[in-house]
Ligand binder design. Structure first.
Ligand code: P70
Length: 486
């Protein structure tokens, strides 16, 4: 028997070739490792805290992980936003920053990359995603309009409301069920979309708000077929589709893996095809594009572009930098190209799936199937004895930090805020704790530590009671609210 390890051009993976020379048999075994297509050049030490230290720190933070100091955190899974590791190419790009006030070279590089990889006609840079959400909402939404979309996102919905609109959820029912194994939980239910059109009329719908990978549903993808169906239905009524493309390349990877007819297409090709089915996009480049800060609005319509370019100078900065330094735009342009490489995505999503599988094997309730940017613990099933008005997800995130210094994020009743009309808490079906994985930052051993900690908290779950809110800010309360243990 002879073993050879060889790169398989067909699958793009390493495989073992086993040669049984005596019997003239060659077997090829594909390895399914998600190993990273990079090596580590620089490291950043992190703080290994004690239980005593963490008790103090989380109490001082009002049991809100957003209020913890980063120095007190061991493994930071609060978010994948602006926390990814830049490549040596991106760092080199920072040195190529052209910090001219107007017409920076880096802006034009970014514009070229966006044309090539995303296909949108016009670019309006912003300091991050919500800057773009603000501008598009103010331009396109009038008082009394409705915005159908595949599940709300906190900042997106708030900007739509502040512009006078009302968000209406038209995502498939499976998205609200943590145990449904449906592969495209980001899909729109077209009957629900039709019903919104019939009820309010097309002229009350400035656009349909479509996210590729739906954050609040657990990082769940939308299928290409569903995007095509949305395009066809909206085209009938002349309704635009505005795309939250924050994690579009991750969505493209899931289509490549799971949708018929896409296995042989590259992540880059699928990404472009998704964008081509929409009229414009808001982007938080802090995710897919792996920069620490940045975003943009991209739009095909000339008139909307004209207004957006006019508005950006009021809120963000001149239309050739929009709140970013030239160097940030360069790093973003490079990051966009890196984000659509198949090898990168295989490792990125592979790492998330690795953590998810460990938790599933242990019997921890998580949102299934595992999405692309993090693991979402199902806090309702994890702490069934803690009612939703006692903030189970908020409580669980605090307990996880206490156990190991791992920082996670609440995505439940605190994030959902209050009903504008009644003033009551919104009680979302999904009460989740998000363990968000930054790109290219943590190792497999870190994932093991996280899994062990979640398992420890799960084993002790009966001793965990809920919390009460003792301070509540008016907007996006999850960022700054404070709690006390019951
Ligand atoms: C996260 C971050 C940001 C985000 C997003 C989607 C699908 C737009 C944005 C806004 C940061 C965050 C934001 C609000 C609450 C908690 C965390 N998501 N669309 O951690 O982009 O942050 O650049 O303004 O995920 O998921 P930006």
């Amino acid at each position: 028997m002879i073993w050879i390890i060889k790169f398989d051009d067909l699958t793009g993976q390493f495989c073992n070739i086993i040669l049984d020379v005596k019997n003239n048999i060659m077997t090829k075994v594909i390895k399914h490792s998600w190993a990273e297509p990079y090596k580590i050049k620089m490291v950043e030490p992190v703080f290994m805290s004690t239980l005593e230290h963490r008790k103090e720190a989380i109490k001082e933070a009002g049991y809100n992980t957003f209020l913890l100091k980063s120095k007190d955190v061991y493994i930071d899974l609060l978010t994948d936003s602006g926390t990814s590791a830049m490549s040596d190419r991106q760092w080199a790009g920072l040195m190529m920053g052209d910090e001219a006030y107007a017409g920076s070279r880096n802006f034009y590089n970014l514009e070229d990359v966006i044309h090539e990889y995303y296909g949108y006609k016009h670019l309006v840079p912003t300091h991050q995603g919500r800057g773009a959400e603000h501008i598009i909402s103010q331009i396109m939404i009038k008082d009394g309009d409705v915005l159908p979309g595949n599940m709300y996102f906190t900042t997106t919905k708030l900007h739509q409301e502040m512009a006078g609109g009302k968000f209406i959820d038209i995502i498939v029912d499976e998205a609200h069920d943590p145990d449904s194994l449906f592969l495209f939980k980001g899909n729109v239910n077209l009957d629900k979309l039709q019903e919104v059109i019939d009820t309010y009329g097309a002229d009350k719908i400035p656009y349909v708000s479509i996210a590729t990978t739906v954050n609040m549903a657990g990082g769940q993808p939308i299928s290409m077929q569903n995007m095509k169906d949305i395009r066809a239905l909206t085209a009938k009524y002349g309704i635009k589709v505005i795309h939250d493309m924050t994690r579009v390349a991750e969505n493209a990877f899931m289509i490549q893996q799971n949708e018929e007819g896409y296995a042989d297409k590259t992540v880059a090709e699928i990404t472009r095809e998704l964008c081509d089915l929409t009229d414009g996009a808001t982007m938080s480049a802090k995710k897919d594009a792996m920069v620490n800060i940045g975003g943009f609005l991209a739009i095909n319509d000339d008139d909307i572009f004209d207004e957006a370019r006019n508005m950006v100078v009021i809120f963000e900065g001149l239309h050739t930098y929009g709140g970013m330094a030239g160097r940030d735009m360069e790093a973003m342009a490079i990051g966009i190209v890196e984000s659509v490489q198949d090898d990168h995505m295989r490792a990125r999503v592979g790492q998330v799936q690795y953590l998810g599988q460990q938790l599933i094997d242990f019997g921890v309730p998580i949102v299934k199937p595992v999405g692309t940017h993090g693991i979402f613990l199902d806090a309702k099933a994890f702490l069934p004895h803690v009612s939703q008005d006692k903030f189970p997800a908020q409580t669980l995130a605090a307990e996880l930090y206490l156990d190991s210094g791992v920082r996670a994020m609440e995505r439940g009743v605190v994030s959902a805020g209050r009903n504008k009309e009644t003033g009551e808490h919104n009680y979302p079906k999904l009460e989740l704790v998000r363990l968000t994985i930054p790109r290219r930052v943590y190792t497999q051993a870190h994932m093991d530590v996280v899994a062990e900690s979640v398992e420890t908290v799960f084993a002790n779950r009966e001793n965990i009671n809920g919390m009460k809110m003792v301070y509540e800010p008016k907007y996006l309360r999850f960022f700054q609210a404070k709690f006390e243990k019951l």
